[in-house]
Structures are given as structure tokens and as C-alpha cells.
Ligand binder design. Structure first.
Ligand code: SF4
Ligand code: SF4
Ligand code: FES
Length: 251
């Protein structure tokens, strides 16, 4: 006899598609949320993304990894009785009663085009490509908006001083969701500035590791050619088997 799925399994399934398959009578706790101004009753405990799917929305934008890494599911919301506008990743944040939600597709932001090999390793490169950097009023709104809890204002101050290493370190976990930029009163694009700084630091501020140079030399000599050939000729089934049986680092 087919084993009946637990309610948790069925809720988890709701992550996989816009059809939830959840039977209302199985749900004990509900919350009321508003999506683009329209009220919905959804099971408590779902993420914003799952709740929107439960309500019948299908994500064709603003969703990617569903695991907090890709930065696609930026969400703005306000809770009833709270004046604050909150920001979050929809796949990582659970719904709460009386949440007013707005899902925002990636907002347009100016991205500088540059050739990293032709740039000078000093603060001017950041100001040249992102002159708005000088407009930061140190309000800290970007830090408060960041779903990754990064010290965004701090790395912007580091950018003003031209401390590439500090920016690279503080912005390392940025997922480029854009939430800091949409809240910035000075209209900075913090994540692009940080990306340029990380690239500059990687290109000019760090030494090429010896083991990487040695590995590149081996690759040029064709040491891994047979392995790559095997990999590219493999069928989907063979690839899955190779993935399941791959060598893994011990914890
Ligand atoms: S939100 Fe903008 S102006 Fe405010 S601290 Fe951040 S970068 Fe500066
Ligand atoms: S720094 Fe900005 S773009 Fe990066 S994760 Fe934080 S809010 Fe998102
Ligand atoms: S879908 Fe990738 S961070 Fe939410």
C-alpha cells in the first residue's frame, strides 16, 4: 500500500512547484498575509516563497536557488502596526500574521564596464567608476536592509578610503540581492562597488598561489585531458552516478 505522506513532507513539496497539494483540514495554524494588497490565509510556518505559492502565485522571476544563495527573491514587507519597511529573502523568511508583502524583481542598477588589467590599484578606480560613492551620508540604511547581515555601510566607508582588503573581507558573503541599493538615499550601488573592489583586490592585492600555478601548468600539459573527455562524453545517468560516487572532503 502506498505510504501516506506526512504533512511536513507535503509542505516541503510545496517548495517544488506552485501546486501545494496541502489539504486545508490538515492545517492547524494559519496566518493572514497580504500579497500586493490582496489578503490570503496561508499555513503558519511556510516561508514567504512557499506561502505565495500556496496562495496561487507562480514564480517565473524572483526565484532561483530557494536556499538563500542566489539573491533573486528580494522581498519588501511591512507588518501591521509597524512603521518600518523590512527587507528579506522570500525563501529564507517565514510568514507572520499581518505581513504586507511586495516581491520585487531585480531593480535596475548602473554597472560599470571596465578591464581590470588596465585599472590602477588605488581608491580612484572606485570613484572613477562609481562617483556616487562620495555621496554616502553614513545613514546605515544599507546595513539594516541586508538579509546577509553584512556591515554594508562599513565596507562603503572602506571603499571611500580605498581599503580593498577590508571591502573584500566584509562583502564576501554578498548575494547581490540589491536590497541595500534600493533603500540607499544617496543612490549608491553598494554590491557593484564591492564587486569591483574584490576584483581589484584579487588581481593586485593578493599573490598568485603557488599550488594554483602548478595546477595550471599541469592542465596546460594535458594531465587531466582524459578525465575531461570522459566527463563530456558521459550520459546524464553516468554523470549522476559519478556525482553520487565522487570523492568528498571529510568534515
Ligand atoms: S544607505 Fe547609502 S548613504 Fe546610507 S550608509 Fe549606506 S551607502 Fe551610505
Ligand atoms: S550587501 Fe546589498 S546586495 Fe549584498 S547581500 Fe547585502 S543587501 Fe544584498
Ligand atoms: S531563491 Fe535564491 S536566495 Fe531566495
Amino acid at each position: 500500500m502506498k505510504k501516506k505522506k506526512s504533512i511536513m513532507d507535503r509542505i516541503a513539496d510545496s517548495s517544488k512547484s506552485f501546486t501545494t497539494g496541502i489539504d486545508e483540514k490538515d492545517i492547524k495554524y494559519w496566518v493572514k498575509i497580504y500579497i500586493m494588497g490582496k489578503a490570503y490565509k496561508v499555513p503558519a510556518g511556510l516561508t514567504i516563497m512557499q506561502a505565495m505559492e500556496f496562495a496561487g502565485y507562480r514564480f517565473i522571476r524572483s526565484a532561483g536557488c530557494r536556499a538563500g544563495f542566489c539573491g533573486a527573491c528580494a522581498t519588501v514587507y511591512r507588518k501591521s502596526g509597524d512603521y518600518k519597511l523590512q527587507t528579506a529573502m522570500a525563501c529564507q523568511t517565514r510568514v507572520e500574521d499581518e505581513m504586507f508583502l511586495v516581491q520585487i524583481p531585480f531593480s535596475p542598477a548602473d554597472k560599470a564596464i571596465y578591464d581590470i588589467n588596465k585599472e590602477q590599484y588605488n581608491v580612484n578606480v572606485l570613484l572613477k567608476h562609481y562617483p556616487e560613492l562620495a555621496r554616502c551620508v553614513a545613514c546605515n540604511t544599507c546595513t539594516k536592509s541586508c538579509p546577509q547581515d553584512l556591515e554594508v555601510m562599513d565596507y562603503i566607508q572602506d571603499a571611500i578610503r580605498g581599503d580593498f582588503e577590508a571591502i573584500a573581507d566584509k562583502s564576501f558573503d554578498c548575494i547581490q540581492c540589491g536590497l541595500c541599493a534600493i533603500r540607499c538615499p544617496a543612490e549608491l550601488i553598494q554590491y557593484h562597488i564591492a564587486q569591483l573592489a574584490r576584483r581589484m583586490y584579487g588581481r593586485y592585492g593578493t599573490q598568485e598561489p603557488e599550488h594554483l600555478k602548478a595546477r595550471l601548468k599541469e592542465m596546460k600539459k594535458g594531465k587531466y585531458k582524459d578525465g575531461w573527455d570522459k566527463f563530456f562524453k558521459a550520459t546524464a545517468k553516468e554523470l549522476k552516478k559519478m556525482y553520487a560516487e565522487r570523492e568528498r572532503e571529510q568534515d
